[in-house]
Design a protein around this ligand. Sequence first.
Ligand SMILES: [Zn+2]
Length: 398
Amino acid sequence: MYDLLVKGGTVIDPAQKLHRKMDVGITAGKIAALGPDIATKQSKRVIDAKGLLVTAGIIEFHCHCGDGLYPNAIAPDDAGVLAGVTTVCDGGTAGYANFPIFRRFVIPQARSDVFCFLNLGSTGLAVMPEIWDWRNINTDEILKTIEKNRDIIKGLKIRATGSVAENLGVEVIRVAKKLARDAGLPLMVHVGIDPHEHTPAEIMSAFTREMLAVLDKGDIANHIYTWKAGGVIGADGTPLPEFRDAIERGVLLDTAIGRTQWDSEIARKAIDKGIIPTTITTDLNMTTMQGIVYSVIGTMSKFIALGLTLDQVVEMTTISPARLLREEGKRGKLAVDMPADVSILEPREGDFTFTDGAQGHVFKGKLLLVPKLTLKNGVEIEPGPRVADMVREFTSSQ
Ligand SMILES: [Zn+2]
């Protein structure tokens, strides 16, 4: 007898190459069965998923959920279970000095599972730019913090912005890379200048080229479709030669779109040329959660509109981020004995209108994925009120 049966939905699980009608049986918070037709009488409770999509719990691999660590941060569940997502990863909101606050006070309040990439700058995003001087980096403390918190910290993050390019130069990327290598973790780099910085475009661009040459297989570049100085793809969708080399070496690509961190035209052209993301993410914060972006599930719909398939966007938000977190035994697919983290989504068809935010491009799509119900370790969680706001914004013609 199962505790719960998700009945009649279409399971999409790219990790197991599944895209077909299947039922999911759940017992004691774990997936107990996956099959074409499990009888309802075998379960205490049945969720009717007819017409709905059933995926492994969606993972938001890049958001800013260090609630209280900087003014624009959100709580993990805002990007997580309230948005149809079961696991979130913070992209460098905390540095070593304020990581204990994240660990002791932010994570315990979340129903979503929470991981992070630790910022190379000691204070994380508390004051930005966080790195303008070598004294903002304490390599010994970073390594100690990683060593004590390997269950949460899954990589090292540096925002390689104008202040880094001008004041420290590419040597800081080498230092970050050595630290990451010593810790056995990937390095995640933000590409592109920050707002309010005045670093000349040539300096930013030269810095990005040098930085790309330092990255190894398994490292991650954020904001790959940015239009800003220091970006890795040109306006016509052509990647920098150094970026193409990095991709060939195995550097991974993260969208982290935000409201100002991408240009949907660059994304469309680059996708046409085969520059597709490893992970679809939002860079979500308080501002973008309330409009334009909303959630990673909204972002999946945008990337379908720009040319990716439904199966691709599910892969980029389930098994791909699970691998980057080195958690593929615990999340990212619907396999028997794994925790019952499940996202149930409505594939709504119609005319939907999206925007990339600051660049002001409006683009249309025919499919909107809408979170209907989330299971976290088999516990049912309803979507939060922002899901309805998202549907309203994307459904109205702008
Ligand atoms: Zn970020």
